[in-house]
Design a protein around this ligand. Structure first.
Ligand SMILES: Nc1ncnc2c1ncn2[C@@H]1O[C@H](COP(=O)(O)OP(=O)(O)O)[C@@H](O)[C@H]1O
Ligand SMILES: [Mg+2]
Length: 286
């Protein structure tokens, strides 16, 4: 048996160079926003992303870190198809979906889920937790009524919440519980990848580590790929296999967590590494 068979790469769909096909491949992406308020220095345009190339590989956690406004969320939105790039190409499992059809958009939405900073973005304040978890299954016509009910029960257990939460409205839950529900909803269609855009930033410090650990456990148990976005480099270090450091729309660093931390190439990264202590609960990573 060859080494290739042993480590499983032979079974994966291979690219021309023999490496597995990335779930997402962004090729030289630029996103320019037109703004209403212009000035002489910035004439009505914001270059949110300026020539970004990245790959999300199967089973990998890719961390994206950088200060507020550096283009992280815009990148996340391009990855999940919410934002059309101004130039560059987006590949989804090897297929060019830059100019995607409605059917492709639906498929991407099913296979790549997003967890936002504020769970209120993902949840409907007037719907019970049960109905919000049921909703994607109904919309995508998954299974019959009994199997959907079973799936809702399974989802709520997966995120560590008691079944009694199903009857509650989001407003009756704590911030941490709401984010757990948002994660359950993101998992409902069995995605291949989760994009978590600052998923703990809006939460109480005391529950941040729990939500991070939940995401890591789910990622491992379900064999997901994950993009984890944060402005806190220690959080990203804790969770990521590979790390991209963004500064003003550009990836100034792109390597394994080990490479980026032990041998940062860019002055900006050194600054980040030397700056502020972790925003996480101190118990984390011990
Ligand atoms: N829809 C938009 N219209 C105009 N400017 C935007 C829009 N979205 C983001 N921007 C600008 O693009 C830049 C990058 O924003 P964003 O991707 O949200 O950064 P981050 O998530 O890293 O904080 C910022 O200067 C922001 O003001
Ligand atoms: Mg953001």
């Amino acid at each position: 048996m060859s080494d290739e068979k042993l480590n499983g790469t032979a079974a994966a769909p291979a690219g021309a160079d023999g490496e597995p096909t990335p779930i997402i491949f962004l090729d030289d992406i630029r996103v320019t926003f037109k703004t209403r308020t212009g000035s002489i220095l910035h004439p009505n345009k914001v270059q949110a992303v300026r020539g970004l190339t990245l790959k999300l590989m199967p089973g990998q956690t890719l961390g994206i870190v950088g200060e507020s406004g550096c283009g992280k969320s815009t990148t996340a939105n391009v990855m999940c198809g919410l934002q059309q790039p101004t130039s560059g190409r987006v590949f989804f499992k090897g297929k060019d979906v830059t100019k995607r059809t409605a059917a492709e958009r639906r498929l991407i939405g099913r296979v790549i889920s997003v967890v936002f900073q504020d769970p209120a973005t993902a949840l409907n304040a007037r719907m019970s937790v049960h109905d919000q978890l049921m909703d994607p299954l109904v919309v995508h016509k998954i299974g019959d009524k009994a199997s959907r009910e079973a799936r809702v029960q399974e989802l709520i257990e997966m995120v560590g919440l008691p079944g009694s939460v199903l009857d509650a409205l989001p407003g009756q839950l704590s911030g941490g519980q709401r984010q757990r529900v948002a994660i359950a909803r993101a998992l409902s269609l069995k995605p291949d990848a989760i994009i978590a855009d600052e998923p703990t930033s809006a939460l109480d410090v005391s529950v941040r580590a729990q939500i991070l650990n939940l995401l890591m456990d789910l990622k491992r148990d379900l064999g997901l790929s994950m993009v984890f976005i944060s402005h806190d480099i220690q959080t990203v270090r804790y969770i990521s296999d590979r790390i991209i450091v963004m500064n003003a729309g550009v990836a100034v660093e792109n390597g394994t967590a080990e490479e980026v931390f032990s041998n940062p190439k860019d002055e900006y990264t050194k600054l980040l590494l030397g700056a502020a202590p972790s925003l996480l609960h101190p118990e984390l990573g011990k």
